[in-house]
Write a protein that binds this ligand. Structure first.
Ligand SMILES: [Zn+2]
Length: 433
């Protein structure tokens, strides 16, 4: 067993104190450990993260897109670098582990490499990507999108609830938005050799199977649905039940149809209605215009595309029973992104060499890895989430479980360092959400 994979004393202690150190940065008066992108607490926390990177022996810089990057020099700085990392922003009311584990875990992996005397041939870049979580501008993964050259002029013109543009938010945060469009930091000749991200699972599968490590096979595709139901407004007290065109009832039928589509999905497929809006606020009017918002997720493209057809037919048929018109529109928020077979194989070998049990697992959440996959062979390592909970203050992963993930991360990076990829990724087709 390599030094890297032996039970290195000190990882758990260091992780423990780093996790508590970062958790101090939270927005006062908000639930949980809130540290949203562009906020004061986020700004302060990133200075702390930069200091942690320096303490781990990395050369630290902030790139033009606001990503924090720590570099561990390799023997051949001209070779395409290895990249690992994640994010340190949270959702409103978020927890202490989502994203954070991938940044602080990467620093722990760097320390393991140094302590074991391992010097990589390539540079290793540890990235704290800017703003991965969803935000009031409706655009997630800001930093990784910019690196992949996917940020558009229309994105920068997006506004939050107060009418402030994303471009203005960047400016206030000290990032010049005019440099972002042509940035595409790591596209073309600057593509990395490979990207590997350690992350909490955010779901219940690993815990339920009693397994410490998941090696991600693919990241879910997301199809979003907006359905409008049009009936006739009528007096709710006088119009007989058999003579109504009630848009709410048709929408309710659609909620159930979408749920049963999700229940009949192949493994890891889900379908959810997230919002219903009634155009009328009157308590005594038969609803005549109701809008439904939903999403369907799976790593099975054929099932995902099939849901569009099946739900269109089912929802229209049920609405027709109530003489209500149904109008559906779909958009692809994220195409299914597959992890590189080679990265999966090497991570599996690393886990097995350390005597750590693992399983292949799909990711039902999206990550910076989605955008990095357009640039380099991509892989992700999952560690369990207690109770499958995430995006809430109760989010928890035991430090020894994170340490197991760090050991697999470090050894996989060593294996990737000398690996020759025969298949490189090509640009991923993605529609604008
Ligand atoms: Zn995350």
């Amino acid at each position: 067993m390599s030094v890297l994979l032996s039970d290195a004393a000190g990882i758990t202690g260091r992780l423990e104190s780093a996790l508590s150190g970062l958790a101090v940065f939270r927005t006062a008066g908000r639930q949980g450990f809130t540290r949203e992108v562009f906020s004061e607490s986020y700004r302060d926390s990133r200075q702390w993260v930069a200091d942690q990177m320096k303490a781990a022996g990395l050369e630290v810089r902030r790139d033009e897109a606001g990503n924090l990057i720590g570099r561990l020099p390799g023997r051949n700085p001209a070779a395409p670098p290895l990249v690992t990392g994640s994010h340190t922003d949270t959702v409103d009311g978020g927890g202490r582990f989502d994203g954070v584990v991938g940044v602080l875990g990467a620093l722990a992996a760097v320390q393991l490499l140094r302590e074991s005397g391992t010097v990589l041939a390539r540079d290793l870049l540890v990235v704290d990507f800017l703003g991965e979580e969803s935000n009031p501008f409706g655009l997630s993964c800001l930093g990784s999108r910019a690196l992949a050259g996917e940020l558009t002029k229309a994105d920068l013109a997006r506004t939050d609830y107060s009418g402030r543009t994303l471009a203005a938010a960047y400016t206030d945060f000290g990032v010049d938005p005019s440099t972002l469009l042509g940035f595409g930091g790591w596209t073309g000749r600057r593509r990395p050799h490979a990207y590997l991200e350690l992350h909490i699972e955010q779901g219940p599968t690993l815990e339920a199977r009693g397994l410490p490590i998941g090696i991600v096979t693919a990241i879910t595709g997301i199809e979003r649905l907006v359905a409008s139901f049009t009936g006739t407004p009528d007096h709710a007290g006088t119009r007989p039940m058999d003579d109504r065109r009630d848009a709410m009832v048709a929408a309710a039928e659609a909620v159930l149809a979408i749920r049963s589509e999700g229940c009949g999905a192949p493994e890891h497929g889900v379908a959810t209605v997230t919002r219903l809006e009634n155009a009328s606020r009157s308590p005594n009017v038969v609803p005549s215009l109701v809008r439904l918002y939903g999403e369907v997720r799976s790593i099975d493209e054929s099932w995902l595309w099939g849901t569009r057809r099946r739900l269109a037919a089912e929802i229209a048929a049920r609405a027709a029973e109530y003489d209500v018109e149904a109008d559906l529109s779909w958009s692809t928020d994220n195409a299914v992104v597959r992890a590189s077979d080679s990265v999966q194989d090497l991570a599996g070998e690393a886990a097995s060499a350390a005597g750590i049990d693992w399983m292949p697992i799909p990711s039902g959440a999206t990550h910076d890895a989605v955008h990095m996959a357009a640039l380099a062979p991509m892989g992700m390592i999952f560690v369990p989430s207690a109770g499958g909970k995430s995006h809430c203050p109760e989010e928890f992963t035991a430090t020894d479980q994170i340490a197991a993930g760090v050991r697999v991360l470090a050894d996989t990076l060593v294996r990737l360092d000398s690996h020759h990829f025969s298949v490189r990724p090509h640009a991923i087709q993605r529609s604008t959400p």
